[in-house]
Ligand binder design. Structure first.
Ligand SMILES: [Zn+2]
Ligand SMILES: [Zn+2]
Length: 506
């Protein structure tokens, strides 16, 4: 299991103000966290910070706290179902290691915190440049606690900042395949992409293009989350797909295509043939640092909105609205919209991307009933399917630009929502910034696993599609997944042979 920590941007500002001192003196404080459990990663999501008073700690170059301070922290944590984080600062920059004193102090704290809260102690250190490091102290045997370093610490709000434990990632040198890309924003920014985990929910005409673009931008890990299969009617909009793919799972097909296009050995594309409302799909999404929403139904949008707020994972949403004129003789209107959802920005519901009553309707399963569908008004969202390859390309492009915007923040600027109007050729970026006063989303910020079991459920249609696709695969004697594994092993073997050849030549 990997580990990570998320800090809301406003709390990060308070922490930096308290801990990074001009005189170089180290300082400390505590914080409370909720747990976010993914399939491969556990995250501590900071909900509250507890700053010391004058008498709570002793400053002497190093820093130590008085027992009363810890007592106060533990009692304030009671009945809140939260874990405790011990935080201190260092005068250096970048991901901070621990001194022998640090290790001893946290080792001593770990059993007490675990006993008092039921959750493992998390330790964090901030450098004088605002970079974080973090570790979990997991109980691995009676009275025995093991330190596990986090792979990353993420700060999420208007901006997205991430510090990685470089020891856990392959060394990233100049990659010739990415020369032009690196020349646009430099090696350091590229190094961020080379460690980032990105989820794409919905592998239709937009999601599949986004996946291709992210792969070629040098993003380390892509998780393709979609339960649906490729149909004949999709072939006018799915780059790389052809009639031999009909009936197969989109996530498997694109996983195989993309794995052939990888730019460096550390790149990884995985297929998650599940709905975002199913446990597998949901947990795979929260394993990611950033998630793309490329779905057109209200239920998955609702779940992704929740993930952005409860787990502090930026979600980049996009949608196309196109329509034909009343006579059916020509295109009438086409617009593409994209924006990034984080807990400090307007949510998907307030942006009008879904209506709660439509989520309930979709959950009943009635939208799959042809009888019910035939009785719907013509402009009902369930009947709308107008789309054209060119519009998908346009949306995929501006959605990926949102992603570049939050990771790079060029000139310190942030990209707000954008809506492209095909006919007028204009881009509208004038949208309200915050949620409506009546919106309940701000109340769930950082609650993480508290909401997980309410959100995940069985999804009959997703299950059915997987079964159908697997039957077809078995019938054709052609297994995409195992083929993917074989090509991966081949790639590794080629790499090893290349290395030994090079050694031999030297
Ligand atoms: Zn220290
Ligand atoms: Zn809202």
């Amino acid at each position: 299991m990997n580990h990570s920590i998320v800090i809301p941007e406003n709390l990060n500002n308070q922490l930096k103000k308290q801990l990074i001192r001009k005189d170089g003196q180290e300082d400390l404080c505590f914080a409370l966290y909720k747990t976010g459990t993914g399939k491969e990663r556990i995250s501590a999501i900071i909900n509250e910070i507890i700053l010391p008073t004058e008498n709570d700690r002793n400053l002497h170059g190093n820093v130590s706290f008085n027992p009363e301070f810890l007592d106060r922290v533990i009692s304030s944590c009671r009945s809140k179902q939260m874990g405790i984080i011990f935080i201190h600062s260092h005068p250096g920059s970048g991901w901070q290691n621990m001194s022998m004193d640090d290790i001893n102090a946290e080792k001593e704290l770990a059993p007490r915190i675990k006993a008092a809260t039921g959750y493992p102690l998390v330790g964090m250190t901030v450098g004088n440049d605002g970079s974080w490091s973090g570790r979990f102290w997991n109980k691995t045997a009676p009275k025995f606690y093991t330190r596990v370093w986090c792979e990353s610490v993420r700060v999420v709000g208007d901006r997205f900042n991430i510090t990685f434990d470089d020891n856990q990632f392959p060394k990233f040198g100049l990659i010739e395949e990415l020369t032009r890309t690196i020349s646009a924003w430099g090696q350091n920014k590229q190094a961020v992409f080379s460690k980032l985990k990105v989820g794409i929910v919905g592998l239709g005409s937009v999601g599949s293009q986004i996946a291709e673009a992210l792969l070629r931008t040098g993003v380390a890990e892509l998780k393709l989350i979609d339960f649906d299969i490729i149909e004949k009617k999709n072939l006018d909009r799915l780059h790389g797909a052809n009639s031999s793919h009909i009936g197969l799972l989109k996530s498997n097909v694109f996983c195989e295509i993309l794995n052939k296009n990888r730019l460096f050995p550390g790149q990884r594309v995985t297929s998650v043939p599940y709905s975002i409302v199913e446990k597998e799909g949901f947990e795979s999404a929260i394993d990611c640092d950033i998630v793309f929403s490329c779905v057109d139904r209200p239920w998955p949008r609702f779940i992704l909105n929740m993930i952005a707020y409860a787990y502090l994972i930026p979600v980049i949403d996009g949608g196309i609205s196109a329509s034909i004129n009343s006579k059916g003789t020509n295109l009438y209107d086409a617009r593409s919209r994209t924006f990034t959802v984080t807990p400090t920005k307007r949510c998907m519901k307030c942006m009008g991307q879904y209506r709660p009553e439509d989520v309930s309707l979709e959950q009943t399963g009635m939208l799959e009933d042809p009888k019910y569908i035939s009785g719907l008004a013509e402009d009902h969202f369930a009947l709308k399917g107008e789309n054209v390859y060119a519009f998908s390309l346009g949306l995929a492009s501006i959605q990926v630009q949102q992603f570049l915007g939050i990771v790079l923040a060029p000139k310190g600027r942030l990209l707000g929502p954008k809506e492209m109007d095909f006919i007028s050729g204009t881009i509208d970026s004038d949208f309200p910034y915050e949620c409506e006063n009546t919106c309940e989303m701000p109340e769930i910020v950082g609650i993480a696993d508290d909401i997980k079991n309410i959100l995940i459920t069985e999804h009959k249609i997703a299950k059915q599609r997987r079964e159908n696709a697997n039957e077809l695969t078995a019938k054709n004697g052609y297994n995409h997944t195992s083929k993917g594994v074989i090509s991966f092993i081949k790639a590794v073997l080629t790499k090893i042979l290349y290395y030994f050849n090079k050694q031999g030549n030297n």
